[in-house]
Structure formats: structure tokens, C-alpha cells
Design a protein around this ligand. Structure first.
Ligand SMILES: C[S@@+](CC[C@H](N)C(=O)[O-])C[C@H]1O[C@@H](n2cnc3c(N)ncnc32)[C@H](O)[C@@H]1O
Length: 270
């Protein structure tokens, strides 16, 4: 555990870690708790350790590190793509064809799948696209994507934060993100959309889908960062070089989960 914490917090000393724990209101912690494996704290600490790390992330590393840790600790299964034990295969079966029906043709095209998770859509694209680049910052998600789509040889996998990417101009015909912008701050969404505009070929498309809300709100779980933007916020990120082609909410999600705020937009780059 001390190794885990040390790895995650760089060079923090035992004293620092114990101090952080106390600071964030965890039970009385002594530096010795972090060295003695027989100490009772060790036995009950697995969960608290995660929480402690998230608290440290929050205080010392910001939302992104917390978000990355959150995703790196999800199982690479379909339920994690919806963050719900209730919804998985059935919702996916209904929703996947619906989402694909909103996309422009991608056969023989170059496609970027950003925040691709276990690669539900990466595989769909790769069946007919020329080349697919699939990006996620959680290594276990990328590993599962690779495993599920092993038969398809036109996929390039990248483990990276979406904000750390750099592609040559005019690389893609279609850029697809299904639940990604909601994990980015407003300034990051604006910056990424500008970058996407350069990565896309002229007349290329950006499709994105996210969880929205009638009134903007941030998720209140201290270990999970997400912004549920209201419906007029996303269009305001797009400058005059973009043309809105389609928008709406995902009907499958409305039917299965009674949630009309899973929304999508299709923009074309001039
Ligand atoms: C809800 S899942 C959806 C995955 C996939 N798009 C799908 O629909 O099956 C969100 C994914 O985005 C990834 N993610 C979140 N923030 C990211 C970031 N800043 N850069 C890269 N990937 C990110 C997570 O690791 C996770 O796999």
C-alpha cells in the first residue's frame, strides 16, 4: 500500500502521507501505519486507501489525475462504459445501431475514436474504414479493446490523455467521441475542438455524444469528475468554421433508462 501511495504521489514521505490522511479527515493516522504490515489499519484500509488517494488527487493533483485513477480502476467491461451495473449489453444492442445511423459514411475513411474504452465503436469503424486510431488514457481499457478487436488489423491503439495528442493536419475524415467531453473542463473542450478542426480534413466530421442536464451540474462524487452541461453549452464551443449537421438525444437511452439527456451532435468542418 505504501508503494501504491508512493507511486501515485511521487516522492511523498510516510510523514507526508500520514499528514494528508489526517488533513482529509481519515481516522487517526500515524506515519508508522504506513510501514507496519501487521498494523490493524492495513486490514481495513483497502477501500480507505483508494479514497485517500482520491483525496490526495483532489488536493494535490487536480481533477484530471483523479479522473484517470477513477477510470484506471474500472473493470474493462461493457457495464463500465455506462458506469452502471444495470445497463450493459441490452442498452448497447439498442443504442449502437442508433448512434451509427447518425454518422456519415466511414467506409474506406480514416477515423479517430477518442476516449474509446473497450472499443465498442472502434471495432464497428474498423470493419469497413481504411484506418482507425483508437485512444484512451486507461491502459486496461485499451488492452481489452485490443483483445476484442484482435481480428481487425487496421487499428492503431494509443494510450494517452485526449489533451496530450498531436496529429498532423488533415489526418481524419471522422472524429468520434462517445462520452468524453463531459470529463473535460470547459477550456479543454474548447481547445480540443480547435485541435480537432485541424486534425480533420476539410469537410470532415466530428460526432460527439455526452450526458447532459437541463441545468448544468458537476458530479458530486469526490472521486469521479464529470460535468453535465446544459443543451445550449455545447454549440457555444463551435466557431464559424463548423456547420451543425445533426443534433438530438439518444432514443435508446430515453426508452431504456428514461433519460432524455444523453445527447449527440454531428458537426462538419468547413
Ligand atoms: C464512459 S466510457 C465510454 C467509452 C467508449 N467511448 C464507449 O462508448 O464505449 C469513457 C472512456 O473515456 C476515457 N477517458 C476519460 N477521460 C479521458 C481523457 N481525458 N483522455 C482519454 N480518455 C479518457 C475513460 O478511460 C473511458 O474509457
Amino acid at each position: 500500500m505504501i508503494n501504491l501511495l508512493k507511486r501515485k504521489t511521487g516522492s511523498a514521505s510516510r510523514e507526508d502521507l500520514a499528514g494528508y490522511a489526517r488533513l482529509y479527515g481519515f481516522y487517526p493516522v500515524h506515519p508508522a501505519d504506513f510501514v507496519d504490515p501487521a498494523h490493524p489499519v492495513f486490514f481495513s484500509m483497502r477501500m480507505q486507501c483508494q479514497e485517500l488517494y482520491h483525496a490526495i488527487s483532489l488536493g494535490f493533483m487536480g481533477n484530471r489525475a483523479m479522473s484517470k485513477t477513477y477510470w484506471e480502476t474500472r473493470l474493462p467491461v461493457i457495464q463500465s462504459m455506462y458506469l452502471s451495473p444495470l445497463y450493459g449489453k441490452e442498452l448497447d444492442e439498442l443504442e449502437r445501431p442508433e448512434l451509427l445511423s447518425y454518422l456519415p459514411p466511414f467506409a474506406e475513411k480514416n477515423v479517430l475514436d477518442l476516449g474509446s474504452g473497450i472499443g465498442r465503436y472502434t471495432g464497428e469503424f474498423a470493419k469497413s474504414a481504411k484506418r482507425v486510431v483508437s485512444v484512451d488514457f486507461a491502459a486496461q481499457m485499451v488492452a481489452e479493446n485490443r483483445r476484442l478487436n484482435a481480428a481487425l488489423t487496421n487499428i492503431e491503439y494509443i494510450i494517452s490523455d485526449a489533451m496530450n495528442l498531436d496529429f498532423p493536419q488533415n489526418s481524419f475524415d471522422l472524429i468520434f467521441t462517445n462520452f468524453l467531453f463531459m470529463y473535460l473542463e470547459d477550456n479543454e473542450v474548447a481547445l480540443l475542438i480547435d485541435r480537432i478542426s485541424t486534425w480533420l480534413k476539410p469537410n470532415g466530421f466530428l460526432f460527439f455524444r455526452d450526458s447532459c442536464a437541463a441545468v448544468r451540474e458537476e458530479n458530486s462524487n469526490p472521486s469521479y469528475f464529470a460535468i453535465y452541461r446544459n443543451l445550449i453549452e455545447y454549440p457555444s464551443f463551435f466557431k464559424e468554421n463548423w456547420i451543425l449537421q445533426k443534433e438530438g438525444n439518444i432514443l435508446a437511452h430515453e426508452i431504456v433508462c428514461a433519460d432524455p439527456f444523453k445527447c449527440y451532435w454531428l458537426y462538419q468542418n468547413k
